[in-house]
Design a protein around this ligand. Structure first.
Ligand code: ADP
Length: 241
């Protein structure tokens, strides 16, 4: 689904975390929010999710003003670095969770929920591990389960906040490529937060470079890399060159 962020300002205790921020996310796009710590990436993600309300401005889901919609009504899939799996539940039950807590009228039958969860485990290449518990998985496998769990509700938007941040460099690299493949197969509108320029440039359709609560530049990885439009973007991207 298209998500339009229009003229957003967000203050915490009268201090602006986001200022004058507008961004159009197209349906099916994979967007990376890239910037140093404190630049406002997570705040923007939380506003899209409905976990925070803007001080000013509007967020639209399709044509609809999302202001009055709850997190559930926005139908968001989350993967956060520290948004852990449920330890007492099997992998299968973790993936199925978002469907099992739906109100009865919108909840698929048990067998259907199981089939969907198994299909998703197949998609994230974890078939056969459905009976395991999170403690019996590697860090990379856990984040794959987390992604399957987020996708189970067929979200309007997938929000990924440094999902690979806690993993070692080699696993991060593998998951990066893998996430791009999954995205190409499922086509979810996805917003991915990272402070790692390589990750953003390799993964995203478009990169949004942020600094101090503002957008410095929006462009394809090639545009950002070849034509940085400010000393900040040049310096930030340049760190990896
Ligand atoms: P990033 O994700 O890029 O690291 P954040 O969105 O977490 O940046 O933070 C942006 C700014 O907003 C920072 O100055 C941070 O201290 C502030 N901020 C974020 N969340 C809160 C909060 N709940 N209360 C007060 N200040 C916050």
């Amino acid at each position: 689904m298209d998500v339009r962020v229009k003229d957003i300002r967000k203050e915490f205790s009268h201090l602006p975390a986001l200022e004058n921020l507008s961004l159009n996310i197209r349906s099916g796009e994979l967007i990376a929010l890239l910037g140093p710590s404190g630049s406002g990436k997570t705040t923007l993600l939380r506003l899209i999710a409905g976990l925070e309300s803007p001080t000013r401005g509007t967020i639209y889901f399709g044509e609809d003003d999302a202001s009055s919609k709850t997190v559930q009504e926005r139908n968001i899939g989350f993967v956060f670095q520290h948004y852990a799996l449920f330890r007492h539940m099997t992998v299968l039950d973790n993936v199925a969770f978002g469907l099992t807590i739906r109100p009865a009228a919108r909840r698929p039958a048990k067998a259907e929920i199981r089939r969907r969860a198994l299909d998703l485990l197949d998609l994230v290449q974890l078939s056969g591990l459905e009976k395991r518990y999170p403690a019996q998985l590697s860090g990379g496998q856990r984040q794959r389960v987390a992604l399957a769990r987020a996708m189970a509700v067929e979200p309007n938007v997938l929000l990924l906040d440094e999902p690979f941040g806690a993993l070692d460099a080699q696993v991060r690299k593998e998951l990066r490529r893998w996430l791009r493949e999954i995205h190409d197969r499922t086509g979810h509108t996805t917003v991915f937060v990272t402070h790692d320029q390589d990750e953003a440039l390799e993964l995203a359709d478009r990169v949004v470079v942020m600094s101090k609560g503002r957008i410095e530049q929006v462009g394809t990885p090639d545009e950002i890399y070849d034509e940085p439009n400010s000393p900040f973007v040049y310096g930030f991207i340049g760190q990896s060159n």
